[in-house]
Design a protein around this ligand. Structure first.
Ligand code: TRP
Length: 447
C-alpha cells in the first residue's frame, strides 16, 4: 500500500482543519440563525455549546484519528480488540462515511448556486444581461451544471493528495477568504442602515436564551460548523504528526472557526439592514428576519443592485467568498470516503476521488431532480439526526471503550506531562459522561 500522506506543518494542518470548519455553515448558517434567534443571545449560547460540547468532541475525533492513522472505518475498529466492539466500530465508521457523502451531495448543490451567482456578477460587469439572468435564475440545467462544476473542483483538489492537494489549497484559499471577508465588512459598515443591523446582532434578547429551540439550534450549528461526527476531523487528525499537541491545535482550529462565524455576522446582518434601508422587505410574514435561501439569493442581490456601479464588484467578491469557503469544506467531506477506498479498496487516489465524485454527483442529481421531496429531508437526516448521534458514538468510543492508558499515551505525544494539566483532569471524564449525556438530552428534546 502506498505510504499515507501527512500535513507538512502545524500551519498546514490548522489551515486545512479550519478550512473544513469554516464553510457555508459559518457565513450563511450562523448569521441567519443568530438573526432569527435573538441576536447575541444565540451567539452566547453558541459559544457555550462550542466550548462545552464541540471542543471535547473535536479532540476525541482527532485523537482517534492520529492514533489509528487510518480512515474512519478502520480507526473506530482499531479502538478495541474485542470482536463485538471492533465490529461495532467499523459499522459506526461506515455510517459516518455514508453521512459524510450525503452531506457533500447537498452541500455541492448549494455551493453550485454560489458559483453561478459569482458568474452572474461577472456577466453583469460585462453588461451581458441575458447571461446574468440565466446564471441567477434557478433551472435544472443550471443547477446540474454548477453542482458538477463544483464537484469537479473538489475532486481535483482531493486527487492531489494530503500535502499537495488539501494542504496546499487550504493555505492558499484561507487567507484569501479572510481578506475578502474583512474588506466586505468594512465596506458594508459604511453604508446607511448598517448600524441598526449591528444592534440587532450584538444586543442580546435574553428572554430567548433558554428557549429549547435556540439551544438545539446552537448545538446543531456547533456540530455542523466544526465538521463533527462523520470522520472529517478524524481523517485530518490521521494525517497529523505525533510532534504536535492535540489540545493546542484543536483550540486554534476552534478559535479560527468561531472568529470567522462572528465576523460573518458582522457582514451579513448589517447587510440585511442596508438592504432594508434601500427598500427591501426583510421580515417574513411571521415577523422574523428572513433567513435561508431567500436571504442570500434575494435580499443580498437586491442590495447589490441598489448600490450602483460598485454593486457588481461587491456581489462578485461576496459569492467568491462563499465559493472559497465551500470548497475548503467540501474537500474535507470527500476525503472521508476517498481515504476509505484508497486504504481498504487499494485503489489509487486520483481514481478513487474521481469515482466517488461521480457517485456523489449522481446523488446530488437525484436531489436536484426531486428537490421538494429530498433536499430538506437529506439535510435534516444528516445534520440534525446523524451528526449528533455519531458525535455520541465517538465520545463513547473514546470515553468508554478505549483503554485509558493508551489514550493518555497518544495524547502525551506532542504534549509532554499532559497528565498534570487541567485538561487531562477534566477532559476524559467529560467525554465519558458529560458530552454523551448533554448531546442525548438536547437531542431527545428535539424529537
Ligand atoms: N463545517 C463546514 C461548514 O461550516 C461544513 C462541513 C465540512 C461539514 N465537513 C463537514 C459538516 C462534515 C458536517 C460534517 O460549512
Amino acid at each position: 500500500m502506498a505510504s499515507r500522506g501527512q500535513f507538512s506543518s502545524k500551519l498546514g494542518f490548522v489551515m486545512a482543519a479550519a478550512g473544513s470548519a469554516v464553510g457555508l455553515g459559518n457565513i450563511w448558517g450562523f448569521p441567519t440563525q443568530a438573526a432569527g434567534n435573538g441576536g447575541a443571545a444565540f451567539v452566547l449560547m453558541y459559544l457555550v455549546m462550542a466550548f462545552c460540547l464541540a471542543y471535547p468532541a473535536l479532540m476525541a475525533e482527532l485523537v482517534i484519528g492520529r492514533y489509528a492513522r487510518a480512515n474512519v472505518v478502520n480507526a473506530l475498529g482499531a479502538v478495541s480488540e474485542k470482536p463485538i466492539v471492533h465490529k461495532l466500530g467499523m459499522l459506526a465508521g461506515g455510517y459516518g462515511v455514508l453521512v459524510a457523502s450525503l452531506i457533500l451531495s447537498f452541500y455541492a448543490i448549494v455551493a453550485g448556486w454560489m458559483l453561478s451567482y459569482m458568474l452572474g456578477a461577472l456577466a453583469d460587469m460585462g453588461s451581458l444581461s441575458a447571461a446574468k439572468a440565466w446564471f441567477t435564475k434557478g433551472s435544472l440545467v443550471r443547477d446540474l451544471a454548477f453542482t458538477a462544476t463544483f464537484m469537479g473542483l473538489t475532486v481535483f483538489v482531493i486527487a492531489g493528495g494530503v500535502e499537495k492537494g488539501i494542504e496546499r489549497w487550504s493555505t492558499r484559499l484561507m487567507p484569501m477568504l479572510i481578506g475578502l471577508l474583512v474588506c466586505l465588512i468594512i465596506y458594508v459598515m459604511t453604508q446607511p442602515g448598517a448600524m441598526e443591523g449591528l444592534g440587532v446582532y450584538l444586543i442580546p434578547d435574553f428572554s430567548k436564551i433558554f428557549d429549547a429551540g435556540l439551544i438545539i439550534d446552537a448545538m446543531g450549528q456547533a456540530f455542523f460548523s466544526l465538521s463533527l461526527g462523520v470522520g472529517t476531523m478524524l481523517i485530518y487528525g490521521s494525517y497529523l504528526s505525533h510532534k504536535e499537541s492535540l489540545p493546542k491545535l484543536s483550540g486554534m482550529v476552534m478559535a479560527v472557526d468561531l472568529s470567522i462565524a462572528f465576523l460573518a455576522g458582522l457582514l451579513i446582518i448589517p447587510a440585511i439592514f442596508v438592504a432594508k434601508h434601500y427598500g427591501a422587505e426583510i421580515y417574513s410574514e411571521s415577523g422574523t428576519l428572513i433567513g435561508g435561501p431567500d436571504l442570500i439569493f434575494q435580499i443580498l442581490p437586491y442590495l447589490f443592485d441598489s448600490m450602483g456601479g460598485i454593486g457588481v464588484v461587491v456581489a462578485f467578491a461576496f459569492f467568491l467568498l462563499m465559493s472559497i469557503a465551500a470548497l475548503t469544506s467540501s474537500i474535507s467531506m470527500l476525503e472521508v470516503p476517498v481515504a476509505l477506498v484508497v486504504e481498504n479498496g487499494h485503489m489509487n487516489r486520483p481514481k478513487a476521488a474521481l469515482l466517488l465524485g461521480f457517485i456523489i454527483l449522481a446523488i446530488s442529481a437525484a436531489i436536484v431532480l426531486n428537490f421538494e421531496l429530498l433536499f430538506l429531508n437529506v439535510i435534516a437526516f444528516t445534520t440534525k439526526f446523524s451528526q449528533p448521534l455519531l458525535g455520541v458514538v465517538m465520545c463513547v468510543f473514546v470515553g468508554w471503550l478505549w483503554h485509558r492508558g493508551k489514550l493518555l499515551q497518544e495524547i502525551q505525544q506532542g504534549h509532554e506531562h499532559i497528565e498534570n494539566t487541567l485538561f487531562w483532569k477534566i477532559w476524559p471524564h467529560y467525554v465519558k459522561f458529560v458530552c454523551p449525556a448533554l448531546i442525548l438530552a438536547t437531542f431527545a428534546q428535539s424529537l
